[in-house]
Design a protein around this ligand. Structure first.
Ligand code: AMP
Ligand code: ZN
Length: 490
């Protein structure tokens, strides 16, 4: 019997969690709205989902996770219309960037990434069901709305006082505040800009397009059934998005839509929420260009509990870079060691117990990271003893592997040696590099070849300038007997 516990926004308490069927955890994570590349704030939420997924796997459960891509909504249509494109021309390239960034950050693949635009029939069916039940109605503007006063549970997630609701008042846009809790649009009658951007579909109740909230209900139920184990997202989704998802789904099925609702807090910048609207965003690409490895980003994010706000800070990222360097070093030492001491095995067992306990305690990332570093310290001291016990070394490797399977904060180096007319190994043989990364690597190699030429001409001033330029882009430059070594951590 597991004693895994999670905070449930529905009850506002930390509750024991097991999957409904005892075996497989069915999770729906609200995904990105693909009109602009996701920022590190969005990725904080997706990394929280990744930690949750991996912690559940560590418990021995199976996980089926669905993460949607919102590829039709108010913001996408506006962007497409403003730039004279179709919604697909806006969303397809951004979707690619999302997956590339996600892979860079080592976020494990969900089992499904459904797109809203390929699930319109499921959404239409859900609206029809709600119309039949009399909880939805078509208004004079041609759109179909959900009547919140006909669903008694409305407001239970966000603790909204429904007595304040004005009967029949309606809100058409996808996002609104609690002060405007009103009947919300399930299906929006087609407007000229929808027609112009390809965001329209025929439905028995009129030509139009789905509202944002409807998308998630329809896709979640299609892939995970009418009752999910966990539905998660960022804290801003509690209202209206998740409140409206509950209303639509439960009014249609009469069943609990999700047993647990889990929300991650915001990543802030200078004390303000990072958001596209405020323009204070940092992207994964920005961090990559500054040489911040994926391992360091993960370490940084997991060092704060997912339910606490945190600030993106240069000092914090620097500290994480240093921390993960030590993790990489330990990995090498464990690999190279010939044996251990009995105390090494003891450190491993203590580490494993502390690590598992931390994750079971409402996914306590900082405690889990601390358990790894406590183990790291003790393991380093024991490895200095140069013990010969094979079993204890195996135990230490197993526990390190187990911790790494969840946190995944071991840095990996990309290294090439640049000579005047050769690069070793050739760039195209380095696997797993994203295109932008290849381009940067090519640029850095070219600059280092210029630098070698400057040095050959004894122009050390230029050589130093080039070195600084390359290092400013997050590379480490080392002169060796064989040439200049270019190194980048990821
Ligand atoms: P969006 O692309 O706007 O639909 O957001 C995708 C996810 O990122 C949602 O779960 C949001 O709640 C979450 N999110 C947005 N801004 C932040 C932030 N600053 N910190 C953490 N999560 C965020
Ligand atoms: Zn959603």
């Amino acid at each position: 019997m597991s004693d895994f516990r999670l905070y449930n926004t529905l009850s506002r308490t930390v509750e024991p969690f097991t999957p409904g069927d005892g075996e497989t955890v069915r999770i729906y994570s609200c995904g990105p709205t693909v009109y602009d590349p996701a920022h590190v704030g969005n990725f904080r939420t997706f990394l929280f989902n990744d930690l949750l997924r991996r912690a559940l796997l560590l418990e021995g459960w199976q996980v089926v996770q669905v993460q949607n891509l919102t590829d039709v909504d108010d913001k996408i249509i506006k962007r497409a219309h403003d730039t004279g494109r179709s919604i697909y021309e806006v969303t397809e390239p951004v979707t690619e960037v999302f997956h590339a960034d996600r892979r860079y950050l080592r976020i494990q693949d969900a089992e499904q990434y459904p797109k809203a635009t390929t699930h319109i029939p499921e959404m239409i069916a859900l609206v029809e069901r709600l119309l039949e039940k009399g909880v939805a109605y078509k208004a004079e503007d041609g759109s179909v709305y959900f009547a919140i006063d006909r669903f008694p549970g409305y407001g239970k997630l966000s603790r909204l006082d429904t007595r304040e609701v004005k009967q029949g008042a309606r809100v058409a846009q996808d996002d609104y505040t609690k002060e405007n809790a009103q009947d919300f649009a399930l299906w929006k009658a087609a407007k000229p800009e929808d027609e112009a951007t390809g965001a329209v579909w025929d439905a028995p109740f009129g030509r139009g397009r789905p509202g944002w909230h409807l998308e998630c209900s329809a896709m979640a139920m299609k892939y995970l059934g009418e009752t999910l184990d966990i539905h998660c997202g960022g804290i801003d989704l509690v209202f209206p998005h998740h409140e409206d998802e509950i209303a639509q789904s439960e009014a249609a099925t009469g069943k609990i839509f999700s047993r647990f609702w889990c929300h991650g807090e915001f990543l802030q910048i200078d004390g303000t929420k990072m958001s596209k609207r405020l323009g204070n965003i940092t992207t994964v690409k920005d961090l990559r260009e500054r040489g911040v490895s994926a391992a360091a980003i993960r370490h940084f994010i997991y060092s704060t509990h997912y339910r606490k706000q945190m600030n993106l800070s240069g000092v914090g990222l620097e500290a994480s870079l240093e921390a993960v360097r030590r993790v990489g070093e330990l990995a090498h030492r464990l690999e190279a060691a010939r044996g251990g001491t009995p105390e090494l095995a003891e450190a491993a067992r203590d580490g494993e117990a502390a690590f598992r306990a931390a994750l079971r305690d409402d996914l306590n990332g900082p405690e889990a990271v601390a358990a790894l570093f406590m183990f790291l310290q003790r393991a380093n001291a024991e490895l200095d003893q140069k013990g010969r016990d094979a079993a204890s070394l195996l135990e230490a490797r197993r526990v390190f592997g187990l911790m790494d399977s969840v946190l995944d904060i071991q840095p990996r180096a990309l290294r090439v040696v640049v000579g005047p007319d050769r690069v070793d190994p050739a760039l195209e043989t380095l696997s797993g590099m994203a295109l932008a990364e290849v381009a940067q690597m090519e640029w850095a190699v070219a600059r280092l070849q210029d630098r070698l030429a400057a040095r050959a001409a004894r122009d050390f001033a230029t050589s130093d300038v080039i070195r600084a330029e390359v290092e400013a882009r997050g590379f480490v430059v080392k002169d060796t007997g064989a040439g200049t070594q270019l190194e980048r951590w990821r």
